[in-house]
Design a protein around this ligand. Sequence first.
Ligand code: 13P
Length: 338
Amino acid sequence: MDTNALSATARALVAPGRGILAADESSGTIKKRFDSIGVESTEENRRAYRDLLFTTEGAAEFISGVILFDETIRQKADDGTPFPQLLASKGIIPGIKVDTGAKKLALTDGETVTEGLDGLRERLAEYRELGARFAKWRATYTITDVLPSQLAYDANAHALARYAALCQEAGIVPIVEPEVLMEGTHTIERSAEVTRAAHEALFAQLYEARVHLPGTLLKPNMVLSGYDCPTQASDDEIAQRTIETFLASVPAAIPGIVFLSGGQTDEQATARLDAMNKLGPHPWELSFSYGRALQAPALKAWKGEAGNVAAAKAAFLHRARLNGAARSGSYTPEMEKV
Ligand code: 13P
């Protein structure tokens, strides 16, 4: 394992002022996004949409890496350049989602375990050939009064650790994503408790699997009140609770934490990342790996029409710039108006 190269890639992904665009929506998820703007999810429409994002002039100043889906890593830009090469030519590191989704975990009350380990060594070798230098695997946990079960924490942590070790063997930086879902009536205290338990199970397994932490990134949820909780914590409380929880459960050897947005509005996702960075310095870089929160305004502006591409690119660049500012705690709500 080339630990120096892995660490260098991980650090480059969380370079100051930059973060990750998650554009790895599976076929089902991108269909949902396209349905919301009345666009048919054909292979060409998916390609055209990704082309729009990846060819946005100036975005590389704020975007260090892009997570691709299996179909996308094999597609080409309008000018015929394969997407991974196009991104690399702009100084953006290509990444790949490699899990095959959350499946029902047997003998539990509707909990899930994420699959995708079978044949993963061979798939990683191919993705590296295609240009991928980092990968993503997402586990999800639903909060109720009694769940997640210890079984769900342990099964997902074990799979995440086996995935991470295979990535590092292949010279690919693993992003490990233990996502505690934000849907529910739970309080912010309960979110903190579950997030901490998910991290504890994960880091125990990463250690057992001999994973090199300086060559690994964590992609977690923020600690916040469930969307249907009657009392909603403020951005400052979310920032404080998230940092407090992470200081207790995430080793300083991890170079960076790249948050998912998880259904927060794009402005909330930016403001909360900014609030956390205002509380710094922290042992790790605090950055973003947003899907919806980076793409929502661009998707809305595009509506599948070639004539809207310039407006969609402008909307994407604007969101990328604001999240870039949040990396150093220098975002202000006034910046939204430009
Ligand atoms: P969201 O930012 O839309 O939650 O997506 C990030 C992601 O990649 C989830 O796996």
